[in-house]
Write a protein that binds this ligand. Structure first.
Ligand code: PLP
Length: 433
């Protein structure tokens, strides 16, 4: 009998090996990983160069505690990430996972205002639906009713107000002004930050607003002294077809960028945040330290893995590859939409690709959720890993399928992906409706 604390009583195959876009289980079955796990394994599996970088760092300096030392690995990687920002002076704070990174961003936003003597600013405005993490602060900021419901008594709801998700059919700037309306209603002097995913992820796959939205968000945040936090845990570092998705509108540079998932491409747990020079200066000129920390923050082995991943992303031009292959796959998904009427919408930005599923008669979600799960299961049985999502969420009801293969997926593998997906859709189609 297993001693693992499983998620449910379903049986999980035992994964034994990974190479490129493929995984194998103990029975020898091969899976094409079209979800990169959960949009994490951005370089695919079994990359020797990253594995060697990890081993080398573990031999030389496996661990130091952040209260005592910095490390060459931390200094080098932080400088490279900060160089992605269009302005000099951003500072990197490394942690182990996306939720820790969001949690850190929310606490840093609050501390920034305290350092400046604005003690009344504590509220975190976010959108619904959205997903920012599973720890209590990150979950409170997440507009995902189903995941938050049982923890409500542990959350201070008043601190986490929400606006609606963007509607790409609206004027971008006008759509953004719901943030201004809420800031004014709450009182700007109570608001610490606004957090949002530049490209929708687990809660609303590949959703992007109309042009001008982010520029207006930036303007509103500036006008009311609110920090703009971009949660790029899923869409950052090439996944959305550019180094950072939040830099698509040049006038909308965030104060804090939250990163995770693909940073070390699954070879080690690595996440973190980039904080603006103004935030850093406020902390350094005030109390002198970010009042926050985790034991494993700034882990040299994880940072060495991130560094090797970044080398490969740049050398193999994988940001560009993500955009180009994403466009090809989006065309393939659009063709599938024409064949299967329960695919209501397909979306994509780089290699973040989404299918919205529902009732073709109403154009809305089916009354009973579960279609995405059924397609996901049929795909898994035939050796294709997808990332289905469903359930009643704040501001969103329905089923969707998120796809995000590794950034270095080959053309023939992408064709195989589309073929396997079509097979799964065909098998499920007769029971839909
Ligand atoms: N933020 C976003 C946008 C995410 O997609 C996720 C995870 O899916 C998180 C935060 C939380 O990251 P983690 O699961 O690594 O804690």
């Amino acid at each position: 009998m297993s001693s693992v604390f499983y998620r449910s009583n379903k049986t999980y195959p035992t994964a034994v090996r990974g190479e490129g876009v493929y995984l194998w289980d103990a029975q020898g079955k091969r899976y094409l990983d079209a979800a990169s796990g959960a949009l994490v394994a951005n370089l695919g599996h079994g990359n020797e160069r990253v594995a060697r970088a990890l081993a080398e760092q573990a031999r030389t300096l496996p661990f130091v505690h952040g209260s005592q030392f910095t490390s060459e690995a931390y200094e080098r990687y932080a400088a490279r990430l900060a160089a992605l920002m269009p302005r000099a002076g951003y500072r990197f704070w490394a942690v182990s996972g996306g939720s820790e990174a969001t949690e850190s961003a929310l606490k840093l936003a609050r501390q920034y205002h305290l350092e400046r003597g604005e003690r009344s600013r504590y509220r975190v405005i976010s959108r619904k639906p959205s997903y920012h993490g599973a720890s209590l602060g990150a979950l409170a900021a997440s507009g995902m009713g189903a995941r938050r419901e049982i923890y409500r008594p542990l959350m201070q709801e008043d601190a986490f107000p929400k606006i609606a998700k963007p509607d790409p059919r609206k004027d971008g700037a006008e759509d953004a002004r719901q943030l201004e309306a809420l800031i004014l209603e709450l009182g700007p002097e109570t608001v610490a930050c606004f957090i949002a995913e530049p490209v929708g992820g687990a809660s609303d796959p590949a959703l992007t607003p109309a042009p001008g939205y982010w520029t207006e968000i930036r303007r509103i945040c500036d006008r009311y002294g609110v920090l703009f936090v971009a949660d790029e845990v899923m869409c950052g570092l090439g996944r959305a077809g550019l180094p950072l998705a939040s830099l698509e509108e040049p006038a909308a540079v965030p104060d804090i960028v939250v990163l995770g998932k693909g940073l070390a491409a699954g070879y080690a747990p690595l996440a973190g945040l980039l904080a603006s020079p103004e935030i850093y200066a406020a902390v350094m000129g005030g109390s002198g330290a970010f009042k926050h920390g985790f034991t494993y923050a700034g882990h040299p082995v994880c940072l060495a893995a991130g560094d090797a991943v970044l080398d490969i992303l740049l050398e193999e031009r994988l940001f560009e590859r993500s955009a180009q292959l994403g466009a090809r796959l989006l065309r393939g998904l659009t063709e599938l939409m024409a064949r299967f009427e329960f695919i209501l919408e397909v979306r994509g930005q780089g290699l973040m690709l989404g299918m919205v599923l529902g009732d073709p008669a109403t154009g809305e979600a089916f009354e009973t959720p579960g279609l995405a799960e059924r397609i996901g299961r049929a795909a898994f049985e035939s050796g294709l890993i997808t990332y289905p999502g469903s359930g009643a969420l704040d501001g969103y009801r329905g089923d969707h399928l998120l796809l995000g293969p590794p950034l270095n997926t080959r053309d023939d593998e992408a064709e195989e992906l589309l073929g396997l997906l079509e097979g799964a859709l065909r098998r499920v189609a007769p029971q839909v409706g």
